[in-house]
Design a binder for this molecule. Structure first.
Ligand code: WTA
Length: 640
């Protein structure tokens, strides 16, 4: 297979080449793609200076990513299955779409979008459950050069409208509802709420999924099955510039509202395909399954774009790991004879807690590679995955990357890079990581720890944050001049292997989902009785991190006191979604603040971790006594 690394010596050599001459290296990879016009220059970049960041790959090249998925693959794969859809309820029949069938559906829906007035560069918001139409909708956007912004179907109406408004989306694609385990999520109802506050939306396209009764607003809402009626399956791809925007994906950071991470066409295409093939060591005919939701970046890059560009068969699963029972993942592996599975540590821990019998009762002999992503994997989960699920035969690829990076940056190559438990191991070709101290000085050598940055661009990296380029600079490039700041801390061991420790900023990885503490605080503070709050992450056995909220309220009646926690959770649920609901709420009389009014989160984090033995100097606090009050009222056991 083209561009596939074949062994560890080959990896080391490719890595050296990619560092010595990145332009030559990436040009060779990109040669395998289908271009209307090739680039004049491979890369042009600046992480600092006026209008920074300024990163361009494959300058002036012309392409369409869907031609690289479909037209390029068509000769070989017209009748090969591209996408397998496994429904939430195992009693419902799966759907298999060949490259040829999927292509027709993408073209047909592309024509429907054109017919609704969607043009190149317009934004289309997609708020759908994990159904094949989600994949079809996103590729239809790419086909006509519209920019998709997919919003995870677990987000609330406020979170949805915030994102629609920020991108001023012209069309929203949603459904009458979604199945998740034994629940039905009323997506259209939520979307209707959001649309009240989203004036840019001219049309909502509504897919029938649950058959639940919904209201359709005349003139605005149209059914999916109606808009595709009579639409041709002929559609000529829009020719895009390499640096045109392919999609926006909103993600949380330390401060403010989520930002729209912007990915562009050519670089993202080249990078997602290359990393998919190499990390999973994908071979012709393999069955590949990524359990993520397409609402997150993992689903974008490694359910849809990467695998389909590589001509793979990709499984998409509508449901959850524990429905109808804790054997569901293994049922699916057995049913489709899955070769590569890619999931999150939180799912592994949740299934581990259900007992080995769920795994042992299934035939998992098809598995060749086990992938993880989204948060640091702990030692116990790593071993269970390796020994119980993989029977010690399957390499684990612990893939470290981010929404902003577009694809994996540090990861073993399956069966090639010798693995070590809990380590993301080595950078992929083209990736130049660097560890720095608080002042930005490079920490050299091995057996060290520091803040993880990247010093050279790679094709899949973000280009800007939607509508606010300076925010992109401030967030990622201003802390250490000339470096991309990942926001993660990392160790580099004696052999140069990386282990990601976790976020160094106010972002919490809850079940592999990225949640900004500021967003949760803002939501909690919306409760009329709340005066102020501070949110931190704390170690959680299944979720990795849980959300611990310290809340100051006005004085409460007994009745109010009884309901306040549930009400706060409800408020967060309404404003963000259930993934951001605090696990622990502790009512406090005050928060540890410096004299300048800054909350000392370090102290709150320590208490949440159950360790008050080493709180550091608290004498600079405005009121040191609040610390004792918080410790004695803590909802976790605190060591003093
Ligand atoms: C964390 C998900 C440790 C990290 C693709 C990062 C990880 C954030 C790993 C990005 C890993 C992701 N080991 N931590 N293998 N993968 N992370 O944007 O903190 O949802 O910064 O992208 O997840 O989360 P995001």
């Amino acid at each position: 297979m083209l561009n596939k690394i074949s062994g560890f010596a080959d990896y080391l050599q490719k890595y050296q080449e990619s560092i010595a001459d990145p332009e030559k290296f990436w040009a060779q990879i990109a040669e395998a793609n289908y271009w209307h016009k090739k680039w004049d220059q491979v890369v042009e970049w600046r992480f600092d200076g006026p209008k920074a960041p300024d990163v361009k790959w494959f300058l002036n090249a012309k392409l369409n990513i869907t031609e690289n998925i479909f037209e390029r693959n068509m000769f070989l794969r017209k009748d090969q299955t591209a996408l397998i859809w496994e429904p939430n309820d195992p009693a419902e029949k799966e759907i298999k779409l060949t490259y040829g069938e999927l292509f027709d559906k993408v073209k047909q829906f592309a024509n429907a979008l054109l017919n609704l007035g969607v043009k190149k560069g317009d934004r289309v918001a997609i708020y759908l459950p994990m159904v094949p139409e989600l994949a079809i909708a996103m590729m239809a956007c790419a086909r006509i050069g519209a920019i998709h912004s997919i919003i995870f179907a677990g987000f609330s109406s406020t979170a949805l409208s915030d994102r629609i408004v920020d991108a001023s989306a012209k069309v929203l694609i949603t459904s009458d509802g979604g199945f998740r385990g034994n629940k039905i999520i009323p997506l259209k109802e939520i979307a209707d709420e959001a649309l009240k506050k989203s004036p840019s939306v001219e049309h909502a396209v509504v897919l029938k999924r649950t058959g639940k009764e919904i209201t359709m607003t005349t003139g605005r809402d149209v059914w999916w099955h109606d808009v595709i009626k009579g639409m041709s399956t002929e559609n000529k791809a829009e020719v895009m510039d390499a640096e045109d925007t392919l999609f926006i994906l909103y993600t949380s950071g330390s401060t403010g509202k989520p930002k729209g991470v912007v990915h562009s066409q050519a670089g993202y295409m080249v990078y997602s395909e290359y990393t998919f093939k190499n990390v999973f060591q994908y071979s012709e005919g393999d069955m590949y399954w990524c359990t993520a939701d397409i609402g997150w970046v993992t689903g974008h890059s490694y359910i849809i774009y990467g695998p389909l560009l590589a001509g793979a068969t990709s499984i998409m699963f509508e449901g959850i790991p524990t429905f109808p029972d804790a054997g569901r993942f293994w049922d699916i592996v057995d049913k489709y004879k899955v070769n590569q599975i890619y999931t999150a540590p939180t799912a592994i821990r949740a299934l581990m807690a259900q007992g080995d019998e769920w795994v042992e009762s299934h035939d998992l002999s098809s598995l060749k590679v086990l992938g993880t992503v989204g948060e640091p994997i702990n030692e116990e989960a790593w071993h269970w995955y390796h020994d119980m699920v993989g029977k010690g035969r399957c390499p684990i690829v612990d893939t470290w990357w981010q929404t902003e990076t577009g694809g994996m940056l540090i990861s073993p190559l399956a069966g090639i890079t010798p693995t070590k438990p809990t380590m993301a191991t080595l950078p992929l070709p083209g990736i130049q990581p660097i560890l720095v101290d608080q002042e930005g000085n490079e920490i050299q050598g091995n057996a060290v720890q520091g803040i993880l940055c990247i010093k050279y661009p790679w094709p899949g990296m973000l280009r800007t944050t939607w509508g606010d380029h300076d925010r992109c600079y401030q967030t990622y490039f201003s802390t250490f001049k000339g470096l991309y700041l990942t926001g993660d801390g990392a160790k580099r061991d004696e052999e140069g292997y990386y282990r990601i420790i976790g976020r160094i900023d106010d972002v919490i990885n809850v079940s592999g989902h990225r949640i900004g503490t500021a967003e949760v605080e803002d939501a909690i503070n919306e409760h009329p009785k709340v005066v102020e709050s501070a949110v931190v992450g704390y170690p959680h056995p299944i979720k990795g991190s849980g959300i611990y909220a310290y809340v100051i309220t006005e004085s409460l009646s007994d009745e109010e006191q009884k309901n306040i926690e549930a009400e706060i959770r409800d408020t967060v649920n309404k404003l963000i979604g259930s993934i951001a609901k605090p696990d622990i709420i502790q009512l406090v009389s005050g928060l540890p603040k410096t004299r300048s009014g800054k909350i000392m989160r370090r102290i709150l984090r320590k208490i949440g971790e159950g360790d008050a033995t080493n709180l550091g100097d608290i004498s600079t606090l405005l009121d040191p006594d609040v610390v004792e009050d918080i410790i004695s009222g803590a909802k976790v056991e605190v060591k003093r």
